[in-house]
Design a protein around this ligand. Structure first.
Ligand code: IPE
Ligand code: IPE
Ligand code: MG
Length: 252
C-alpha cells in the first residue's frame, strides 16, 4: 500500500483533466528494478532494461501536466559498489536511452541535463550526455535532470569546499554565507527545491538523495517496483500531493 493521506484504491487513477496544475518539481527515486527481475527469474540487468519504459511514461505525463522539473535518481555514489557487470550494463542502457530519446526530447521541448560526480562515468556515457545536453540546452518546457554518480553528502561537501575556497580568495565574506549561498553552490543550483519526492520499490528512505533540497518536500512512497510504475501510478502520486497541506512550520 502507498503511504497516503487519502489512499486511492489500487488500479483507480484520477482523471488527469481534474488535477490542478503542477507540482513544479518532481523528484523520483526509481527503485525496485532488481527485485522486479528476480521475481521473473531474470538477471538484474533485465530489470534495469525494463526501467526505461516508465521513464518515458512519466516524462510524457509530467510534461502534459505542466511539471517544469523532473529529477530522476539514476545512479548513486553508493551504486559504484555493485558488480562491474551490473555497472557496465547500466551505463550501456543509459547511452541506449539517450541515443533513442534525444531527438524526441529535442522536439518536445525537454532539456536534458546530468548532475553528480560525472567525471567518474565511463567516457562513452559522458560524451553521450554532453551531446544530449548541448542539443537540448535551449529547451525550456521541462528540465529532465538525471542524477548520476550522485550523492547528496558528496554534493554538500563539494559546496563547502567551493565556499571555503571563495572565501580564502576574498571573494566571499564567511560571515555572509547563508542558506542561499549554500543552495547556489549545489549541483541543483538551477533547480527549485522539489515539491514532491516519489520513491518506488517499497523502501521508505532517502538513500543519500537531495538531503538539503528535500527539507520541505512532500514524500510519497509506493510498493510498486519501478518497472511496473506507469502513468496511472504517477497520476495517483500527484493526486495525493494535491491533497496535502504544506505548512512550512507555520499554523493555518
Ligand atoms: C534501482 O533499482 C536502480 C538503481 C539503483 C540503479 P535496484 O537495482 O536498486 O533494484 P532493487 O532495489 O535491487 O530491487
Ligand atoms: C537508490 O536506490 C538509488 C537509485 C535509485 C539510483 P538503491 O537501491 O541504491 O538504495 P538502497 O541501497 O536501497 O538504499
Ligand atoms: Mg534498490
Amino acid at each position: 500500500m502507498t503511504d497516503t493521506l487519502d489512499p486511492m484504491p489500487a488500479g483507480q487513477a484520477p482523471d488527469p483533466t481534474e488535477l490542478p496544475k503542477g507540482p513544479k518539481h518532481v523528484a523520483i527515486i526509481m527503485d525496485g528494478n532488481g527485485r522486479w527481475a528476480k521475481a521473473r527469474g531474470l538477471g538484474r540487468s533485465e530489470g534495469h532494461k525494463a526501467g526505461a519504459e516508465p521513464v518515458r511514461a512519466v516524462l510524457k505525463a509530467a510534461h502534459r501536466l505542466g511539471v517544469r522539473f523532473l529529477t530522476l535518481y539514476t545512479f548513486s555514489t553508493e551504486n559504484w559498489g555493485r558488480s562491474r557487470e551490473e555497472i557496465d550494463n547500466l551505463f550501456d542502457l543509459l547511452v541506449r536511452y539517450i541515443d533513442s530519446e534525444t531527438m524526441e526530447l529535442l522536439s518536445s521541448g525537454v532539456r536534458l541535463r546530468a548532475m553528480g560526480d560525472i567525471g567518474r562515468l565511463p567516457s562513452f556515457a559522458r560524451e553521450a550526455l554532453a551531446q544530449a545536453e548541448r542539443l537540448t540546452g535551449d529547451n525550456t518546457d521541462l528540465t529532465l535532470t538525471l542524477a548520476l554518480s550522485y550523492g547528496s553528502r558528496a554534493e554538500l561537501a563539494a559546496a563547502a569546499r567551493s565556499l571555503a575556497m571563495e572565501s580564502q580568495r576574498g571573494r566571499i565574506d564567511p560571515a555572509a554565507i547563508d542558506e542561499d549561498s549554500v543552495s547556489s553552490h549545489l549541483w541543483t543550483s538551477e533547480l527549485p527545491d522539489p515539491d514532491l519526492l516519489i520513491r518506488t520499490g517499497g523502501d521508505r528512505r532517502i538513500s543519500n538523495f537531495l538531503l538539503w533540497q528535500l527539507a520541505y518536500s512532500e514524500l510519497y512512497f509506493t510498493d510498486t517496483l519501478w518497472p511496473d510504475f506507469g502513468e496511472n501510478d504517477f497520476l495517483a502520486a500527484l493526486s495525493d500531493f494535491h491533497g496535502r497541506q504544506r505548512r512550512y512550520g507555520r499554523v493555518d
